[in-house]
Each structure stands twice: as C-alpha cells, then as structure tokens.
Write a protein that binds this ligand. Structure first.
Ligand code: PMP
Length: 468
C-alpha cells in the first residue's frame, strides 16, 4: 500500500515528543519541555502556526530565517505542485540542467555584476565549505580568518570558523590555519592579513549570533585590505541575505559599496520548502578552481542543482518581486525598530535594540533598582544563558509568540520574522513584548518563579552530569 501521509500524521499527531525522546534527540526534547516549548504544531500558514488544539501562534523566528515568505507560501507551493505534475527530469548528472541555469541567471540579476558564476549547494554550511575550498584553491594559500561570535554552520570546515566555544567544545582538532579575529576591527584584520598566507576573510555582514552590526564602511574597508594583501573577502549572507535586512544583500548597506569575492546564500532561497544554497563567485575565482576540462567537476555534490530546489528558488524570487517583499521588509523592520526603541528607558531590563531591517537584536541588561538587580544577579549566577527565557517563555505561554535567544551566554533576544509580516502581527508581538517586560519588573512574581525553577533544573542537570 502506498503511504497515506494524511492518515499517518492524523494517527500519530501528539506523539512528537515521545518519538523524539525515544529515537531522535532526547536531550533536545527535554530542553523544550523545560522551557515549555513542547508544543505540537499541526498547521502553518504565513506568519502563523496552529497547535493541535487550534491555538494560533505568531512566528517571529521563521525557522531561523528561512521562511522569509512565511510558511506554505501559496505561490511557491503552486509552482512545486505544478512541477511535480510535469514528471520533469532532475539530476541526470551527465547533462546541464535547465532549471539551475535559470535560477543562476535570476540570482545574478540581484547581485553585483562581478559575481559571475553560481555554484548550488544543499545548505548554508555546504556553501561555506565551498567558499573555504574555492578560496584556498584560488589563492594557493592556507589560512582562513573568521570573527569572534561568527556562525557559519556546524560541519567540520565551517565549525573551524565558529567564533563561539560552546559549539567547538569536544570537536577538536579543527581545520588547520583557521584564525579568529575580533569582529568590526580593521586593525586586527590588517594585522592578521600581514602574515601573508591568508586565503580569505569569511564574515557575516550582520552577525547572526548576537545580531552584531559593523560600522557602515567596515565591509568595504575589509575588502580593500583583503585586496591589498592578496586575500579574498567571503560574505556569508546565509542569514542576512535574501532581503532579510531590507536590501537583497546586507552588503548593500555599506556606505562605500562592497563587492565580495565570494558570496554565500541559502536559507530563504527556496522559501523554506527545499534545502538549497548558492555560492556566487567572481570569474577569476571560478577559473582557478575549475581550471581545466579535467577539473570541470572538481567540486560537486549529488543533490546540488536538484530540480525541486531550483523550482522553489525560482518561485521564491518571483514572489519577492510580485509582492514587493524587500521594500515591505525595510518598512516593517523600521516600524518594529522604532517601536522597540521607544520602549528603551521605559523598562528597566531593556537596554538597547540593534540590527538591520528584519534582523533585530534586543539587548537586555542589569536593572537600576536594587531589588531587581539582586534578582538579576541571582539568575545569572545560576546560568549565564537563562535570563532571556524570562521573556521568551511568557511570550510563548501567555501571548503565543515564538521568539529565540540570539546565542549562548548573552542577554539578547533575536527577531527574524517573515519578511512579509503584517502590521497587525508586528503589533501582536510589540504589545506582548511590552507586557512581559512590565511583568518582569514585579519581583517577586510569577515570571521570576519560573526562572528560579529553571535555574535549579539546570544546576541539577549539571550536577548530575558532573557526577556521572
Ligand atoms: N552561515 C550563517 C550566517 C548562518 O546563519 C547559518 C545557519 N544559521 C549557516 C551559515 C549554516 O547554514 P545551515 O544551517 O543551512 O548549514
């Protein structure tokens, strides 16, 4: 009997956490339970999810940024359905596929003309791996520079460029000649480049972890330094690209203008439907890597250029144009930012807001009142990553809004909403956020009780693991 997927989902709905506890990632299932995120969602459309009881949730993280068009975008879905009905070819391998040619042509219309050839990948991390290989091959040099707090993926090469030790711990040794420098620090970059053996500087135009925005001309200055020292500039726009910051590329915000030598895209490129990524390079880089007929497929992957991914990519770009997604993102990002900025100074725990467009970091900080400061210190002593949960948990529990922390050991909440978020949904989040910030100013109070319970839980877990 063929699989009746509708029936299977109907029968098993609600078993999500027991299945994961048994077969997938029990520890993560437990984390979700601890923070009250153990919901079962059964339906999604646009910026909304519904749980099995029919409660509607607002998605302010869009699957880590990939549902830039919202979930189950009808235009992209239609294109995929139509395509499946065509019984069209995919992955013949010994052919030049039509659809990847078309998607490459579309992508090139949206980036600087110097970025001449497109290599398709199945993920962001694979794009970064590709960039590392291309840069080494094109320059004949070994070293790769990356930034403190950087996140470029978790496969071996990209993990070697991860600027957060929490991710690195336990996985050494790393790819050799990978060197960490501070973000947004041109003097440090110049000093590192002076070693003379640097193939590339890999950088996120806006860092995803912490949502760190560099100086307005940092990237163009970095590109100039790289050029002077014979190194390539790799812009990892896996998260910041595809309109996330209100421009197609976050690089476009640089006041002096910057063209990276290698650009990495992924996440939103397929509207979230199919894994896909793209590495766009200058012709000079391409020519060095694919330098002879013999080397024409020296870098490739079996699923790269899969037709379904290419169709989803083409349909996504069409939807961006049709629906003016990027200008909307710029406007809505500015609105969220302005309203959030207006809350700074009115709530003790809210320190600042930063970001670009629809990539927003909300920095929390120590309050002024003695009583609240004591509570703040107590929570931080228990666990340096715990405090933002004081907002994230009630946002979900009481207001049905999904948000996330911006990284380990930091007091930053990150927003990556769908780029086509409506004003009504933006207000849903803003009103909810205002309320949870207000609640936190009452100590003792229910918001704090939850934190203390969680802190004890983490301490207990740490103690048990330490003893094991
Ligand atoms: N680079 C950046 C900037 C990212 O944000 C991410 C994912 N969060 C990656 C690379 C890795 O992408 P993937 O998870 O698709 O491997």
């Amino acid at each position: 009997m063929p699989l009746d997927i509708r029936r299977l989902i109907e029968q098993e709905s609600g078993n999500n956490y027991s299945l994961h506890a048994q077969h997938v990632n029990p520890r993560f299932a437990r984390v979700l339970k601890t923070i009250g995120f153990d919901r079962c969602y059964g339906r999604a459309l646009g910026s909304h999810l519904w749980d099995l009881e029919g409660t509607r949730y607002l998605d302010m993280i869009s699957g880590y940024g990939m549902f830039a068009l919202g979930r189950n975008h009808p235009g992209v879905r239609q294109a995929i359905q139509d395509f499946l009905d065509l019984e069209y070819v995919s992955l013949v391998q010994m052919e030049a596929p039509l659809l990847s040619g078309l998607l490459a042509r579309e992508l090139k219309k949206r980036v600087p003309t110097e970025l001449d050839t497109v290599y398709f990948t199945n993920s962001g991390t694979e794009g970064v791996e590709t960039a590392i290989k291309f840069a080494r091959c094109a320059t004949g040099r070994p070293a790769i520079l990356f930034c403190k707090s950087a996140f470029h993926g978790l496969s071996n090469g990209s993990l070697a460029l991860n600027g957060d030790d929490t991710f690195r711990k336990g996985f050494a040794p790393f790819l050799p000649e990978t060197r960490r420098i501070p973000f947004n620090d041109l003097a440090a970059l110049e000093q590192a480049l002076a070693a003379g053996d640097v193939a590339a500087f890999v950088v996120e135009p806006v860092q995803g972890k912490g949502v760190n925005v560099p100086a307005d001309d940092y990237l163009s200055q970095a590109a100039e330094l790289c050029r002077r020292h014979g190194a390539l500039l790799v812009a990892d726009e896996v998260q910041s690209g595809m309109g996330r910051t209100g421009r197609f590329l976050a690089c476009e915000h640089d006041t002096a203008g910057v063209v990276p030598d290698i650009l990495v895209l992924s996440k939103a490129l397929s509207g979230g439907y199919v894994p896909v990524g793209a590495v766009m390079t200058r012709r000079s880089v391409y020519d060095r890597v694919f330098s002879s007929l013999e080397r024409a497929v020296v870098h490739s992957s079996t699923f790269g250029q899969g037709s379904l991914a290419m169709v989803a990519g083409l349909a996504t770009l069409a939807a961006y144009d049709e629906e003016d997604v990027i200008p909307h993102a710029a406007r809505m990002g500015a609105y969220l930012r302005q309203r959030l900025d207006g809350m700074v100074g009115r709530f003790q725990f809210l320190k600042s807001v930063r970001g670009r467009g629809m990539m927003i970091g909300i920095e929390l900080g120590e309050p002024v009142s003695f009583r609240l400061r004591t509570a703040w210190s107590m929570v931080h002593r228990m666990d340096a990553s715990l405090f933002p949960q004081a907002l994230i948990m009630p946002l979900l529990d009481e207001h049905h809004v999904i948000t996330q922390v911006a990284g380990h050991h930091m007091d930053v909440i990150k927003l990556l909403p769908p780029l086509n978020l409506s004003q009504e949904d933006a207000d849903w989040f803003l009103d909810a956020f205002k309320q949870v910030l207000g609640q936190l100013e009452r100590f003792p109070g229910p918001a704090w009780d939850v934190l203390v319970r969680m802190g004890r839980h983490t301490l207990g877990d740490r103690h048990r693991r330490g003893a094991a």
